[in-house]
Structure formats: C-alpha cells, structure tokens
Design a protein around this ligand. Structure first.
Ligand code: ADP
Ligand code: ZN
Ligand code: MG
Length: 476
C-alpha cells in the first residue's frame, strides 16, 4: 500500500516594529534581560494596552501580498493559559475574527509551481523567554520579548512533502523580507514554525490523525523532523497500529521526535474578546495606499529576471532571494550591458565575500558603478578576468574605484603587439627543446608557451594576442 503525507504549517513571524504590540517598550534583540519592560507588557493591574498601528499595517502588507481576504473589522481576544513566561496569564491574540483569511503562497519545487492555500493570518503578542541553568535549582525569565508583535500565518493542509514545506518557508521568508516587515532570522527566533503532519493512503480524500511538531529552529530541522515523522507514522500504520493525536518535540541531537503532550493534556484556552482593547476598524483608503506601496515580489521578479536578462532559473533564484541583491544586480546592469557577466561575477566573487562576512550587500562598500566599471575594463580588454578577481577585494572592502587600483598597481593588460612579440620570442629562445617537440607535432605545448609568457608579464598579457603571436612565430 502506498501512502502520502499531508502537512500544514503554522508560522510565527516577529514584526520588525520599533515598539511592542501594546506599549512603547523597545523590541530590540539581545539587550540585558528585563530592561525593555513596563507595567503594560508585564501585566500589572490597572493598565490599558493600546494597539500598535504599524503592526496592523505590516499585517495588512503581508495579507495584500498574498492575496488574502482582509477583514475590515477584526477583534483581539484573550487566550488564557498559565506558563511562567506569560506574566498576564493570557496572551492577546485573534481568534474568531482574524485580520485576514485565505490567500496563498506560490512555491516552486523541481520546476513545478504550486499554490499553498492559507487558512488565516492573525496578529498576536509574543511571550517571554525562560532561561534554564542546569547548575541552579531554578530558571530565569526574561520579559524583554513579552508583547513583541507577531503574525501567525496558518496554511491549509496542502503541503505534500518535507521539500515543499521548506520551499514554502523559504518563499514566505523572502516575501516577509521584501516587504521589510520581519527580518526572518530563524536563529534569533524572529521566524518560528510548527508543523502538523498526517498520513493517508495515496489518493484517499480522508485525512489521517495529525501530529503537531515543535522545536525546529532552522529550515533543515523542519525538513528532518517532517521526514522522520512521516517515516514513523507510516511504520505504525504498516504495523496496523493507530496514530495518536499529540504534540511532539524535535530533538536535534538524535534527529527524531518524541512526545510532549497528548490530546488529553491539550489546553482549553477559554478565548474571549479582550475587554481592554477596541476593535480594529480599517479604512479602504489605508488598504489602497498599502496596495500601491507593495514592492515587486520575489517570484514575479524572478520570472522577469529570467525573461529580461536571459538568466537561468538557478541564477535568478539566487539573485532575487534578497531584494537588496536584486536591486544591486539591476543597478549594475544599467551600467554594464552584459547581464550574464554581472550575474556570473555576483554569483561567484560577490557572494563569496558576502557569505564570508555574513553581510547584506547594502552593508558593504561595494557600489554598482564600481562593479560595472570593473567588468567594463574586462570587456574592453584592459584587464583579464583573473586580474579583475585579484583587485575585487579592494573594490569590495574599501569602495575604491577599479581603474585607480589597476593603474596604481600597474595591472593594465599588455596589448602592445611589439612588446608582447619580444616576450614571446624570449620564451621560445629559452625553451628550445619544447619548440622542437612542438614542431614535431606536439601542438598541445602551445599552452605551456602561453603560460610562460603570462608568468613573465605577471598575468598582464592579453591571452588572445599571445596565442596569435606564438602560433605565428612557431609556424616559421
Ligand atoms: P487545530 O484546531 O488543532 O488548531 P487547525 O484546523 O486550526 O487545527 O489546523 C492547524 C494546522 O494543522 C493547519 O496548518 C492545518 O493545515 C493543519 N492540519 C489540519 N488537519 C491536518 C491533518 N489531518 N494533517 C496535517 N495537517 C493538518
Ligand atoms: Zn512594555
Ligand atoms: Mg487552530
């Protein structure tokens, strides 16, 4: 019997607003514990929360980008439960009336496009963070994160494999970053994902019992946790055993999942509308303005890059993952008319340095006009691509003008035929045995002579010209 997996993802995206969801405390990451708190976010009696307008706008931006149905009227609700990282004893969230519903994320897996439908997008606040110290008989709690705005994005059970789940997450992350509403940093927890997974016989319309997976803090973890869980569930079904509805935790060390709580221990959150908060009523004008401000989204940009610049899907994928890099590419192409060379240079050299420094292109000194000039110099034959790569670090690190670096270091390509002829003649005179063997038919030795000329000119000789001169000299 053949089985197939059914997966639904619940993503929490931390919104990159300056202040928290219901108070003016800072949302900055990495500060001293409990330095960014106030009576509102720590739930002292008698305080009144006020909704952060920016957070609402950010939610709307995503909803518009994903083609969701926006609810012009929505409400905040209290989700009641006890946990030490939750000072109020409830989390403010949305329940019956979320800010947006439906919509979809379009993904591409193995060259095929698929739409992953959404159930809902809603606004809520984050909880604090518990810090456990094995040497102490107690834990610490840091409330800096308490009350930071989150978007919860819930998919329909329309994802069919761990690969599709990762593609969905990568696409969603890219869109969030394009919209500049979430930095998408999974390690710092600004993007978190819970996965629901069940198994059913292939082609069946009836869903199996789902298991919820938690504690995955990278794309790799999500992929591994799902792969393990699918195998585990199929194993149980083949043994004739039932799947138990439960929440399981992913364990990075063993790359397996183990039970956290069963259905019986599931919370009853007793949701009810928060009496301290007014309803969210949206004006059409706001939505129209946000719609106009939407940037070109990654997948659209990717298709345009493939068509306009004749790039391969692979090249377009990498160039459009970050909006900043895509912009940098297009700015450079305006000044150097060969998109393919720009793409090649970015994919190899530029990205090598960006990855090394873990930087975004806008955080470096590299300017589009300087990369364009470097490539123009290669195109004009003034330098070889090897020299271009050699001087690139200085252009990248110090923001220097390529022509200046090349002139100062005397790296201009030698294209004077007379001068090169002299060098070629010297090389032939110095290597009489090789010349004899070449003349006896070992034509492959031409490369050896070219190499010698390059050595003598410190790589500055125009290789095409050297080839031509050597062939002429050896014909004699
Ligand atoms: P719950 O009531 O348990 O919160 P929801 O219907 O709200 O369940 O769905 C939560 C998530 O679980 C959604 O992403 C949804 O797509 C997914 N889901 C629902 N049923 C299944 C199933 N049988 N298999 C896999 N995922 C599922
Ligand atoms: Zn506060
Ligand atoms: Mg639910």
């Amino acid at each position: 019997m053949e089985f197939e997996a059914v997966i639904g993802l619940e993503v929490h995206a931390q919104l990159s607003t300056e202040s928290k969801m219901f108070c003016s405390c800072s949302t900055k990451f990495g500060s001293e514990p409990n330095t960014q708190i106030c009576p509102v976010c720590t739930g002292l009696p008698g305080v009144l929360p006020v909704i952060n307008k920016k957070a609402v706008e950010y939610a709307l931006k995503l909803a518009l980008a994903l083609g969701c149905k926006i609810n012009l009227y929505s409400i905040m609700a209290r989700k009641n439960y006890f946990y030490p990282d939750l000072p109020k004893g409830y989390q403010i969230s949305q329940y019956e009336l979320p800010i947006a519903e439906e919509g979809a994320v379009e993904i591409e897996v193995n060259g095929k496009t698929k739409r992953i439908g959404l159930i809902r997008i809603h606004l809520e606040e984050d909880a604090g963070k518990l810090i456990h110290d094995e040497k102490q008989p107690f834990s610490y709690v840091d409330f800096n994160r308490t009350g930071v705005p989150l978007l919860e994005i819930v998919t329909k059970p329309e994802i069919s494999s761990p690969e599709e789940a990762v593609a969905y997450l990568k696409t969603l992350r890219s869109i969030l970053r394009y919209l500049e509403i979430c930095d998408g940093n999974m390690e710092e927890g600004s993007l978190r994902c819970d996965a629901n997974v069940s198994i059913k016989p292939k082609g069946s319309f009836e869903f199996g019992t789902k298991v919820e997976l938690k504690n995955m803090n990278s794309f790799k973890h999500v992929e591994k946790a799902l792969a393990y869980e699918i195998k585990r569930q199929i194993g149980l079904l083949l043994e004739g055993k039932a799947i138990i509805q439960e929440t399981r935790l992913y364990d990075e060390a063993t790359q397996t999942t183990h039970p956290m709580r069963g259905k019986e221990e599931a919370h009853d959150y007793c949701y009810f509308p928060d009496p301290d908060l007014i309803e969210i009523k949206l004006e059409e004008a706001l939505i129209e303005r946000l719609l106009k401000e939407l940037p070109e989204l990654p997948l659209v940009k990717r298709r345009r890059f493939i068509e306009t610049y004749s790039l391969t899907p692979y090249e377009a994928d990498i160039l459009t993952e970050e909006k900043s890099l895509a912009n940098f590419f297009e700015e450079t192409v305006k000044l150097h008319p060969y998109p393919k060379s720009v793409s090649n240079f970015i994919l190899t050299e530029v990205l090598r340095y960006l990855n090394r420094d873990r930087k975004d292109i806008t955080e470096t000194n590299l300017k589009p006009e300087n990369l364009a000039e470097l490539l123009n110099l290669v195109e004009k034959g003034l330098i070889s691509i090897t020299i271009a790569k050699q001087v690139f670090p200085e252009v990248y690190e110090k923001g220097l003008v390529p022509l200046k670096v090349i002139e100062e270091r005397g790296l201009i390509q030698e294209s004077s035929e007379d001068r090169l002829k002299e060098v070629c003649e010297t090389v032939l005179i110095e290597n009489p045995k090789e010349v004899e063997r070449y003349k006896a038919g070992k034509k492959g030795l031409l490369g050896f002579f070219v190499g010698q000329v390059m050595k003598k000119t410190q790589g500055k000789a125009n290789p095409k010209l050297v080839n031509k001169i050597l062939e002429e000299l050896l014909e004699r």
